[in-house]
Design a protein. Structure first.
Length: 365
C-alpha cells in the first residue's frame, strides 16, 4: 500500500443565503472554497481528503503540494497513525496548527478513505460499527446582524425540518428575535466566534441567558484561554462549546482537563484529520463531555464527520451550514431530510465526488 501520488485540487462553488451574510474577517462571503486532497496508491486505488480552505485556499493548496506531497510519496499507507505522527514531526517547524494541520487533515482523511476501500468496508465498520441509523442535524445560520432576517431564517430552517438552530450573532436583539420566532423549547445555540474579553463574555452570557441557550460557542478571545472559559461556565451557568480552532488532541486534552466546555467541537478538516479526531473523541468520553463536531463543509470532510458521529457513542448532532449551493460534490446524497442525515455505507467514506463538479468548479492556485 505505497503512496504513488498526492495532488491537491482547489474548487470554488458559489452559494446564496437569501440575505446579506458576513463571513471570515467580516467581509462578504459568497463562495465555498475547497481543497480536495487526492491520494493514489501504486495499484491505482484513489482516496479523497478535504483540507479546510475557507479564505485560505491558495495557502492550503500550496502546503499540500509543496510541503506534504514530496515527503509522503513512496511511503507505506497501511499504518495511518504512525505515518501521520511522523508527518507532524517532520513538519513541526511550520507549526502544529493552522495551514499545516489543515493540509495534513486532508491527507489523513484521504488515507482513511483508502483504508476502507482496500478493506472493502465503510469507515463505520472499520471503527466498530454504527451506533445509530441516522444522525440528527442542526441548521447553522450565517451572521446577518438583522433581527428580522434572523427571525425569518430561524423559522425557515424549522419549517425545513430542523429541530435545532445555531446562530452566528453577537447581539441581544438578534438572539431575542430567533427565540421569538422559534418559540419556547426549541434548542438555540449561539456561535459568537471569539469576539469578547472574559469580562465582556460574562456580561453577554448573562444577557443571553434568559433566551435559554443550548450552548454558547467560542465566546472568548483567545479561544485557547481555557481557564477563562472554565470560570465563565461556573460564574454564569451557561453551557459552553469550543474546539473548532483547536489543533491536535493535545489542545483538547488541556481544554477538557480545565473544565472549559460542555461540548467539544473538533473539526476533522482542521484538527489533524480522522486520526486526531478519534483521539479527541476518546478524551471527550473519558472527560464526560459531549462530542459535537464542527462541520460547516460539504466535501469528504463532511462524509468523514458523519461516519465518526455514527460510530462514536458520546457524539451529538451534525452541523449543516444553511445555504443554497450552486453545486455539490455528492448531488443530493448528503442533503438532510426532515433534519436528519443518512450515513453513507459504501467502502471508505461511502461516496465518490462527482468529476464533473470538480472540473466545472476547479480553480488554479
Amino acid at each position: 500500500m505505497k503512496i504513488a501520488n498526492v495532488r491537491p485540487l482547489s474548487l470554488r462553488i458559489p452559494f446564496q443565503t437569501g440575505g446579506k451574510a458576513w463571513g471570515v474577517s467580516g467581509q462578504d462571503w459568497n463562495f465555498l472554497d475547497f481543497v480536495l486532497v487526492r491520494v493514489e496508491l501504486e495499484d491505482g486505488t484513489v482516496g479523497w481528503g478535504d483540507a479546510f480552505g475557507y479564505n485560505c485556499r491558495a495557502a492550503v493548496h500550496a502546503a499540500v503540494k509543496d510541503m506534504i506531497a514530496p515527503v509522503v510519496v513512496g511511503r507505506d499507507a497501511s499504518d495511518i497513525s504512525a505515518l501521520m505522527l511522523d508527518m507532524q514531526h517532520k513538519l513541526h517547524l511550520f507549526g502544529r496548527y493552522g495551514i499545516t494541520l489543515f493540509a495534513l487533515s486532508g491527507l489523513d482523511i484521504a488515507l482513511w478513505d483508502l483504508a476502507g476501500k482496500v478493506a472493502g468496508q465503510s469507515l463505520c465498520h472499520l471503527f466498530g460499527g454504527r451506533k445509530r441509523d441516522d444522525i440528527i442535524g442542526y441548521s447553522s445560520l450565517f451572521n446577518y446582524s438583522d433581527p428580522e432576517l434572523v427571525a425569518a431564517k430561524t423559522k425557515q430552517s424549522l419549517d425545513d425540518g430542523f429541530d435545532y438552530v445555531k446562530l452566528h450573532e453577537t447581539g441581544v436583539k438578534e438572539v431575542s428575535a430567533a427565540r421569538d420566532a422559534a418559540g419556547d423549547g426549541v434548542p438555540i445555540m449561539v456561535d459568537a466566534n471569539c469576539p469578547w474579553t472574559p469580562e465582556e463574555a460574562k456580561r453577554m452570557a448573562l444577557a443571553l441567558k434568559p433566551f435559554d441557550l443550548y450552548w454558547l460557542e467560542e465566546p472568548i478571545f483567545p479561544p485557547e484561554d481555557y481557564r477563562a472559559l472554565a470560570r465563565l461556565r461556573v460564574e454564569t451557568g451557561v453551557a459552553l462549546a469550543s474546539g473548532e480552532n483547536a489543533c491536535t488532541a493535545f489542545q483538547f486534552r488541556d481544554m477538557i482537563s480545565a473544565g472549559a466546555v460542555d461540548y467539544v467541537q473538533p473539526s476533522v478538516t482542521k484538527v489533524g484529520g480522522i486520526t486526531e479526531f478519534r483521539k479527541v473523541a476518546a478524551l471527550a468520553e473519558a472527560g464526560g463531555v459531549t462530542l459535537m463536531p464542527h462541520a460547516p463543509y460539504f466535501g469528504p470532510g463532511f462524509l468523514a464527520t458523519l461516519s465518526l458521529i455514527a460510530s462514536t457513542p458520546n457524539s451529538g448532532l451534525a452541523e449543516w451550514l444553511y445555504l443554497d449551493r450552486e453545486a455539490c460534490l455528492y448531488g443530493n446524497a448528503i442533503t438532510p431530510k426532515n433534519g436528519k442525515f443518512s450515513i453513507p455505507d459504501g467502502p471508505g467514506l461511502g461516496l465518490e465526488p462527482n468529476p464533473d463538479v470538480i472540473k466545472d468548479y476547479g480553480v488554479t492556485d
